[in-house]
Design a binder for this molecule. Structure first.
Ligand code: SF4
Ligand code: SF4
Length: 320
């Protein structure tokens, strides 16, 4: 691994920003392992990244063309942001070209593409109803290149750099799930690894953000937590160098790494699917430890059912 990552010729990486908020770039700069500095200075040749590069204007566009020419067929293309198709792409242009034009042009010479963040992976917030710009994902446009999706709004920094490190080390994309996400980071739900899970299993739920249950760290399910249907690594990697993560800070998961999370319904409405049986759990758990164990097992079975349901549905379907 060390050998691959210190190869004499550093692999070229081109990062294209489209309809985005720069949150994904901001997030990757917080990666602590590996750090973005170690990647840029020792591992990759980041030939185009508008926010981080020193060049601007024509100089930047020349750097892009040079990188495409010198590394055709070999560079890794990273995209953040969605691609607006409405009004012939006029909603977002760079150097006089629509995002669609640029993506098609640069994708031609890419060995693989990383769709960074929920906008590039699924269309994200720009695609939210009524989708005024006709936003689409990278995979909606590019059909002939390997694509790995790293969704999240934004994605977890170490997940971004971890996937890059994998690609640079092994020269291949990691194993992906059916939504094109690396299984290593998106294989489990937030709920599977949540430290509040014991309270969920006991039927102990905070009812408001400042009640006694909230102060005791009880489960946030009834406050709208989407952890049970959200695949991401927040509960294990955490954020800011492992300092904390949203549920640990007292707020439910919003489901940001799932398609169409913004349109899925209120962030503060409990998922309807497991709600009824959970009420039974709340009463029964108080009845005694033996019953509690049985319920915990039943909940595990329900979790399996929820997982199976998730395989054929998306977040909005679960909220109906
Ligand atoms: S519902 Fe949310 S807060 Fe409760 S255990 Fe699951 S992920 Fe954690
Ligand atoms: S806890 Fe949920 S909404 Fe928050 S960053 Fe993680 S996946 Fe996204």
């Amino acid at each position: 691994m060390a050998e691959a990552m210190t190869a004499a010729r550093r692999p070229s990486v081109i990062w294209l920003p489209f309809q985005e908020c720069t949150g994904c770039t901001e997030s990757i700069t917080r990666s602590h392992s590996p750090t973005i500095e170690s990647l840029i200075f020792n591992v990759i040749s980041l030939d185009y990244q508008e926010t981080l590069m020193a060049a601007a204007g024509h100089q930047a566009e020349e750097a892009l063309q040079q990188a495409i020419k010198d590394n055709f067929g070999k560079y890794l293309l990273i995209v953040d942001g969605s691609i607006p198709l409405g009004q012939d792409g006029a909603y977002s242009t760079i150097g006089g070209k629509s995002n669609l034009e640029t993506l098609k042009e640069v994708a031609k010479g890419a060995a693989a593409i990383v769709a960074m963040g929920s906008c590039a992976a699924y269309g994200g917030i720009p695609k939210a109803n009524p989708n005024p710009t006709g936003a689409v994902s990278v995979a909606d446009v590019i059909k002939d290149k390997p694509i790995v999706n790293i969704p999240g709004c934004p994605p977890i920094p170490v997940v971004m750099t971890g996937v890059l490190a994998h690609y640079l080390t092994f020269g291949s994309l990691p194993e992906l799930d059916k939504l094109g996400r690396p299984k290593a980071f998106y294989g489990e739900t937030i709920h599977d690894r949540c430290y509040r899970r014991a309270f969920y299993d006991q039927g102990k739920f905070a009812k408001t953000f400042d009640d006694e249950g909230a102060r005791n760290g009880w489960c946030l399910f009834e406050l709208g937590c989407k952890g049970p249907v959200t695949h991401n690594a927040c509960a294990t990697t955490k954020w800011n160098g492992g300092t904390s993560w949203p549920v640990e800070s007292g707020h439910g998961c919003l489901g940001c790494s799932e398609p169409d999370f913004w349109d899925a319904g209120s962030f503060y409405k409990a998922l309807s699917m497991p709600a009824t049986p959970l009420k039974t759990v709340g009463v029964a758990a108080a009845a005694g430890a033996a019953v509690g164990v049985a319920i915990s097992l039943a909940n595990r079975a329900k979790k399996g059912a929820a997982k199976a349901a998730h395989e054929t549905t998306t977040l909005p379907d679960l909220e109906k």
